[in-house]
Design a binder for this molecule. Sequence first.
Ligand code: TYD
Ligand code: MG
Length: 456
Amino acid sequence: MKKAPKNVYTCQDCGYSTAKWMGKCPDCGQWHSMVEGKPKTISSGTKSNFDLSGAASRPVPIDSVGGIVEERMSTGILELDRVLGGGMVSGSMILIGGDPGIGKSTLMLQAMHCLANAGQKVLYVSGEESIQQIKLRSQRTGAGNSNLFVYSEIVLEQILEVLEQEKPRAVVLDSIQTLYSQDLTSAPGSVSQVREVTFRLAMHAKKSGIPTFIVGHVTKEGAIAGPRLLEHMVDTVLYFEGDRNHVYRILRAVKNRFGSTNEIGVFEMAEQGLLEVSNPSAVFLSERPEQASGSAVTASLEGSRPILLEIQALASPTSFASPRRTVLGLDSNRVALLVAVLEKKVGMPLMNQDVFMNVAGGVRVTEPAVDLAMVCAVASSFLDRPVPSQTVLVGEVGLTGEIRGVGQLETRIKEAAKMGFEQCLAPRTNLRNLRPPSGIKVVGVKSINQALEHLF
Ligand code: TYD
Ligand code: MG
């Protein structure tokens, strides 16, 4: 008698599978995460899919491999192109993650609309919305073009068949957690489904050369829902982030096989969809109060792009035994460290002060080059004296109160000059080979004390 293949139990958190049910996954330690399912068999035809290039099926010396010209296609949205490293690479798989309601579907629909306008046939597959709902959204964003095809479907096999027939120049799958393959018995969104669907889509993308965008939901902990392994299976991972109460959204690459991961794209969510923000400095400084204490402007570098940001601080007497340090948009350990440096090296009695810090516009910065601005904002609030207007502060602060050099100072100063700033305090060590643009005075400082003396 022929034995039926045994079912396996797969952990829904990490993908570990075993022949026996277990209460706790031995791999990741999660309780009650094992779910019974059919064992994954390699379907026929999968093998040939591994032959990605169609040429080398044996190892070959690298210098005998002919080069390929990296073909990039613009999405028509410059901010998105920038984050992708200059456009979509053919056959690449791009994952877009982000909180619900942040604008992932809107961004993808707009990008597909731009491509359609440029005469490319594109396909937008939604497992979440009906085609009427997509139409409604498209009316808001003005996306209506006969080259843009919409399709509401969740069965992977159907989608792959449509892709074979229609042969679009780019495709969006919104979202990966709603799709499922009929080969597996587990529910859509489970680890085995997401892994199988992503794998088959990636193989299709490589074979057909169609750039494939997949939208992924983010869990409460901030990881892309379910499997982290998704991030390993795609070429590019983009995160769409921002405070839902602010209109600005930042698109950030966290992994990119075809470009740098430092680039960011800035968007504004408006009535008619997402608008590109090509001059973020102007936007982030637009509401800056004039001559107010506790506000300092810095030039932060996001990838190759300098952005001027306003750092705000409020120091006020505490009524607690241990003073509060409340921070938004900055690293709270960094704030604690810099407040301690101010206390010890400048002699500012901040031990009985609550300190609150914020980056205006809901932006997040982690670069140490903004240290000097953070220190000066706190000092300005404590002394209740404003930082001279039209002054930009750049520099990393060390534990002995010294100001350390930063990368690409010239780029930062140029941006400040462009925005009409007249003075820049910068690390003295950076000044040697500096050629600052005209119209801005660069003051080199060696220590926090020197900087504060110059400002106040
Ligand atoms: P959406 O793209 O559906 O988010 P996601 O796919 O990431 O879940 O965006 C939904 C939000 O964007 C919703 O709260 C309304 C807002 N929105 C606008 O403000 N203007 C618009 O033109 C559109 C289409 C959406
Ligand atoms: Mg959506």
